[in-house]
Design a protein around this ligand. Structure first.
Ligand code: HCA
Ligand code: CU
Length: 387
């Protein structure tokens, strides 16, 4: 199925708050919410007001901001929790309960018929409150399929807006997620949301597989922060979809990703990873001579993401032993130095020799180029001129 309409449920302020280093103040939450809203995510998911008195105040404050994004909060499947959620003034409630045998036995202790009964009670109430309703099953990938579908079909019959699949432990593969979502797509009318953890590195691929199978909503967080090593990252999902068709993500303000990643990294005291999608420091740096030459002719040779679309620039690193003379010539042109091909080739050889001895910087290369360009300048200077 080709991906057409999808929406992002941005959970930096819920799943992200479960990241070990996250201790957001209300002002910081408002700052993150406003940035995400300016980026254009469709939903912001907030920590349940049941978590603490401050969490409740934060929900109320963010619900009042009048952002373009819909504000939803995340709750357990109980009447007191959803009541409290509705009272904060949010637009929707994301209800979750565990359906796997592990969670049924060791977490809430409820049977499948009991889960269904509880869900019916909770959603009948939410329906009367005119808020968006989502029901998701924790640890869906390790749940018995019969149980899972019985629960989803029961809540779908109530007429809720979305059902969610959660790969809580990051165990799913794209193929498994694809198959599960496809099956669910046949059984429910509601929209389908996917929430995937990244324990085994599949969170982005799984989110993409879910969309291909007919999911309509994906949960993300900035930099992927969340419980343990987190979930599908906002930037990673954007990169994945952009590479399929950049039109899929043109509804978002892409240049804001850099600020979002940097700001959230700062708030949770980590660096943006060097290999991060789009905003990692080497994401648009090309090094080998062969790559550099092709990139200079046509960037699409080695780039599926266009840095300009994210307000970024590509960088060609020439100060190393893998360099090539085409890239060195390009640098000379950037510096306004007219050098012959022979001169450029000679300098390229010198760069390689020096780089074998010690690490070089771009300044070192620039100096070599400038020396080649003005080799005799001193001899031609006017001896009568007094310094
Ligand atoms: C958690 C809950 C959750 C919920 C996902 C959802 C998960 O374990 O903290 O609401 O769909 O990963 O199962 O984040
Ligand atoms: Cu989660």
């Amino acid at each position: 199925m080709s991906i057409q309409n999808f929406q992002i449920i941005e959970s930096t302020l819920r799943e992200g708050e479960q990241f070990v280093n996250a201790f957001f103040t209300q002002a910081q939450k408002i700052e993150i919410a406003s940035l995400l809203d300016a980026f254009g995510v469709e939903y912001l998911e907030l920590t349940t007001p049941q978590a603490s008195p401050q969490s409740e105040l934060d929900c109320i404050a963010i619900a009042k901001l009048g952002l373009r994004a819909k504000i939803v909060t995340h709750t357990r499947c109980t009447l007191p929790d959803v009541r409290k959620a509705v009272e904060t003034g949010v637009n929707g409630v994301d209800v979750v309960i565990g359906t796997s045998s592990q969670l049924r036995e060791f977490s809430h202790g409820k049977s499948v018929p009991e889960i269904i009964e509880l869900a019916q009670e909770v959603f009948e109430y939410l329906k009367s409150q005119n808020v968006e309703m989502r029901f998701s099953t924790e640890d869906s990938l390790r749940s018995d399929l019969q149980d899972l579908f019985a629960v989803y079909e029961a809540v779908d019959a109530i007429g809720i807006n979305r059902v969610g699949i959660a790969d809580t432990v990051g165990i799913g593969t794209p193929m498994q997620v694809y198959n599960l979502v496809s099956e669910l797509r046949k059984r429910v009318k509601a929209d389908i949301e996917f929430h995937g953890h990244n324990d085994t590195g599949c969170a982005i691929a799984n989110a993409h597989a879910a969309l291909e199978a007919g999911a309509t909503h994906v949960d993300t967080s900035v930099l992927g922060i969340g419980e343990r090593n987190g979930i599908t990252s906002l930037g990673g999902l954007i990169a994945r979809l952009y590479a399929i068709d950049s039109n899929l993500v043109k509804k978002y303000n892409l240049p804001l990703l850099v600020e979002l990643d940097q700001r959230v990294a700062e708030l949770v005291q980590v660096d943006v990873p060097f290999n991060n999608y789009i905003t990692g420091f080497s994401a648009f740096t090309h090094k080998a001579g062969i790559h550099a030459k092709a990139i200079l002719n046509n960037p699409s040779t080695y780039e599926v993401l266009c840095p300009e679309d994210f307000g970024l620039k590509r960088y060609i690193n020439i100060a190393h032993r893998l360099t090539g003379w085409n890239a060195v010539r390009f640098r000379a042109e950037q510096l306004g130095l007219e050098l012959s091909d022979d001169q450029i080739k000679h300098i390229t050889g010198e760069i390689k020799m020096l780089a074998d001895e010690h690490p070089l910087t771009l300044d070192d290369v620039d100096a070599l180029l400038r020396n080649e360009y003005h080799p005799l300048e001193i001899e031609y200077s006017n001896p009568n001129e007094v310094a």
